[in-house]
Design a protein around this ligand. Sequence first.
Ligand SMILES: [Zn+2]
Length: 260
Amino acid sequence: MGLAGIGVADHLPLLPDRDPVLSMNLSELGDYVTEVQELKDRFPNYVLLGVEADYRPQTVSEVRALLENNPFDYVIGSVHHLGNWGFDDPRQMRAYADRKIDDVWIEYFELVGEAAESGLFTVLGHLDLVKKFGYRPTRTLEAELDRLVERVARAGVLVEVNTAGLHKPVGEAYPSLDILQRLRAAKVTITFGSDAHRPQEVGRDFDHAVALARSAGYDEFATLVAQKNGRRALVRSEPLRAATSGRNLGDSSSGGRARQ
Ligand SMILES: [Zn+2]
């Protein structure tokens, strides 16, 4: 596919809940790190060791410890829960009926803003995941969105253009064009992710993602360059036009596990 690099980012064990459908077990983390490190050795400067970690206020210190004790090149920070509700889990969809949808979105944006400011993450994952099943707010959440974008920009964290949403009920990439335009105006740097959970999904729909980024005004994107000392990868800017042929795109996919 002409990808310049592939990041593997399986799901960090969910704390305090355990759910083998959603993430590896804590006891599997060592094997995961070893396996990806072996790939890094076989494909130097091509494979990166990443992980996707949940942002939940109640597990920040546990997540921080896990991240500090493992040599991840990068960490995707994601919000999948409002309180104990896994709002993007098809098994928990019924709970939307009991909530005011605007409040769901506002609470979600608030947590993503906290995730940005936590300093735990290299990249924010699927920034508007809350749209996954097509539940839209009743009004444009202008003030809330502006505040979120400002927090993300100030934190200096990357945002991925994630193509998995194209294959969910919402049928569009994360984040939306509107949010991407706001991020661009705030000078937030983007990267690309296919959120692949199967090998054939790696780099999926990147042509679409590049076109989306370009229409939001982006002409650059970030790739990640691993450092030898076990520290987080360096961010390197690349011109987006080089990516339109499908070349030179990094992919910071989630790999491995099934997540519906
Ligand atoms: Zn995710």
